[in-house]
Design a protein around this ligand. Sequence first.
Ligand code: HEM
Length: 264
Amino acid sequence: MTPATESRPRREIPWFEARVPRVHGDFTWVYLWGAPLRVMHWVSVFSIITLVVTGLYIGQPYFMAGGEASSHFLMGRFRFAHFLAAAIIVMAAIVRVYWLFVGNVYERWPALFPVTPRNLRNVWLVLKSYFTMRLEKQPHFVGHNPLAQLAYTTIYFVTAAMIVTGFSMYGQAAPGGFFDTIFGWLPPLVGGLQRVRLIHHTLLWVYPMFVLIHVYLAIRADSVEHAGGVSSILTGGRFVSSHDTFEDFNIHDQPSEPWKSKHH
Ligand code: HEM
């Protein structure tokens, strides 16, 4: 808290509001996330929930039905749901790869690798501000901050590994078939099919950890920045205060008119 001085504003501004974007002022709505990216996000959310729930069941059935297996076909249904969700996430992945080349600057493939010295310094600054809870020290980004981006890049790679290991197991049902021909190289490479299964199962746990941190940080960012970050994954855009400076955005490059309001 700043000591009392004559120049202090009448209303005492809490330290954490001093430099983070303000609640009141001139705001511009910036369109960030194209429709394909948003659709891919929500399709992936539902597919991943299905894949985790059904995958855990396949690995170790957590409930059983009485009677002959052929009468309820429970495991068969779980496996079917797993493979259906797998097909859907592959389609979402194809859309995402396409969007890496035609999306805007926040969506294209260079954004996936924030590894320049400036980006790495910003990763450190974001981490430091999280751990010390000094929000005013956190660099501002209109798109993802580089730490968040690295987390998303990791989840993309994990999903690619899930797809490759999953289809490699799937191919075993039809030796010499399409999937076995394309993904059959994996078991000999990693030391057998059981190893593939172990990798597939172990990587599953990345998702619950990611989701917890991702949802927490998204809500946290929205409540400290007041910029509509959470709704941006539905609407495609967020609010940018004309008074703030951003590492990845210059308000003066923005053709749209500032949206003046005291309430948003
Ligand atoms: C986020 C993505 C995914 C998650 C979290 C996930 C999770 C799991 C888990 C936990 C298992 C059980 C492993 C065990 O036996 O212990 C499993 C099995 C399996 N998964 Fe996935 N999986 C995912 C994506 C995929 C994809 C893309 C495919 C592609 C077809 C796939 C195909 C399979 C197959 C074939 C099995 C073995 C089924 C069996 O043995 O009957 N998975 N998955």
